[in-house]
Write a protein that binds this ligand. Structure first.
Ligand SMILES: NC(=O)c1ccc[n+]([C@@H]2O[C@H](COP(=O)([O-])OP(=O)(O)OC[C@H]3O[C@@H](n4cnc5c(N)ncnc54)[C@H](O)[C@@H]3O)[C@@H](O)[C@H]2O)c1
Length: 348
């Protein structure tokens, strides 16, 4: 890897883990100009061979050590189950290779802190795959919030509901699902989590990690309301941001962004206003350039590697989201408001 300055030669990439996410990453990296996937690591031989068909220029390995010994990489994409992310990320970073680590980066805060520290010591980039940040509807929302369109944010409400995904190594809804929305709430409000409260439920036991309803309080005074579960028969991915001057609603799946103005017109027909409220404002559904968020995420990462600028979503961001998810789990188990452990570090 090149230290510090701009890099304009072709970049050599490594993809580790070729399951559902790894196969998406491989497809996109393969199509990016100026990037060459030098090697992949997948411990399941049949899967590795299947994924390498038609990739004559890419070599396959059963272990990460083997790949790191055999080739030179500019960056690595780590898409292994959550429990294996820290070990793989440490090996890559220790080898001086920029790391793109799937979310939530680690199962525990200590491992996440160690990764952030190691990347700092080695001077390599540690970026984390909170892909919703690159959803065109979220990008457009952030611009409108920054322009002050709804003024101060009062509440953010995220719903991430679906049936159980049936994949190996799932870490529970707080880590696997809610971290996306926690990260977005921090990003959109530009504020840190002061405390959380939560109730949790499981499919078989009452206090499981299959469903959470959480409230979050941010330093800015904004409230967060977060529902995440994989018990709901239908798939829902929605976020609403309520401000003093109106409300935005995002559908992550359809990449739609809507704005609801506060009532400006009144209804003079009493019976109708009794049913649908006394007044109404305009509602706008924005036309957006819709793109695959994962592709936008990779373009941003490559740009960061080439320019030497920090990544859009850093290891510190992932630590904050993970730590908040952990606090939500504790609050759900102990039935009391909880302060995320990352707070002292973030405040300092
Ligand atoms: N960004 C997102 O929206 C999103 C969505 C789903 C999953 N994820 C994350 O992506 C990661 C992978 O999830 P998935 O759903 O693709 O899992 P998966 O089970 O489909 O794939 C994981 C793959 O990694 C391989 N593997 C496991 N340990 C390995 C190791 N040490 N070395 C090499 N290969 C190894 C497995 O054989 C498997 O093929 C997880 O960390 C998960 O949290 C992110």
């Amino acid at each position: 890897m090149d230290g510090g300055g701009a890099v304009d030669r072709p970049l050599s990439a490594l993809v580790v883990g070729l399951g559902v996410m790894g196969s998406y990453h491989l497809r996109i990296l393969d199509s990016l100009p100026g990037v060459s996937v030098t090697a992949v690591v997948e411990r399941n031989r049949a899967r590795r061979e299947e994924m390498l068909r038609g990739h004559a220029q890419t070599s396959g390995h059963a272990t990460l050590d083997e790949a790191l010994r055999a080739h030179r990489f500019d960056f690595a994409c780590l898409a292994v189950p959550v429990g294996s992310l820290p070990e793989c990320a440490s090996a890559v970073i220790a080898a001086g290779v920029h790391a793109f680590v799937e979310k939530p980066m680690a199962p525990g805060e200590e491992q996440a802190r160690d990764l952030v520290a190691l990347a700092g010591e080695r001077g390599v980039m540690l970026a984390v795959g909170f892909v919703e940040r690159f959803n065109p509807a979220v990008v457009a929302l952030k611009r409108k919030l920054d322009a002050g369109m709804i003024g101060r944010i009062v509440q953010m409400h995220a719903r991430r509901l679906s049936p159980f995904p049936n994949r190996d190594g799932m870490a529970g809804v707080a880590l696997d699902l809610a971290t996306h929305d926690i990260d977005l709430m921090r990003f959109l409000s530009e504020s840190e989590v002061e405390r959380v409260y939560a109730e949790a439920a499981g499919r078989e036991q009452v206090d499981g990690d299959d469903l959470i309803c959480a409230t979050l309080r941010f330093d800015s005074g904004a409230n967060g309301l977060l529902e995440a579960n994989w018990i709901t028969p239908t798939k829902v991915r929605e976020l609403s941001v309520l401000g003093e001057g109106g409300m935005f609603v995002v559908n992550y799946l359809t990449q739609e962004l809507m704005f609801f103005e506060h009532p400006t017109r009144s209804t003079e027909w009493e019976q109708l206003s009794g049913m649908r409220g006394g007044g109404e404002g305009d509602m706008i559904r924005y036309a957006l350039d819709r793109r695959e968020p994962l592709r936008v995420q990779w373009e941003a990462f490559i740009e960061a590697v080439r320019s030497g600028r920090p990544p859009a979503v850093s290891g510190a961001d992932a630590l904050a989201a993970l730590s908040t998810a952990r606090a939500i789990q504790r609050a759900g188990g102990e039935h009391r408001p909880t302060v995320p452990e990352y707070r002292p570090a973030a405040v300092a």
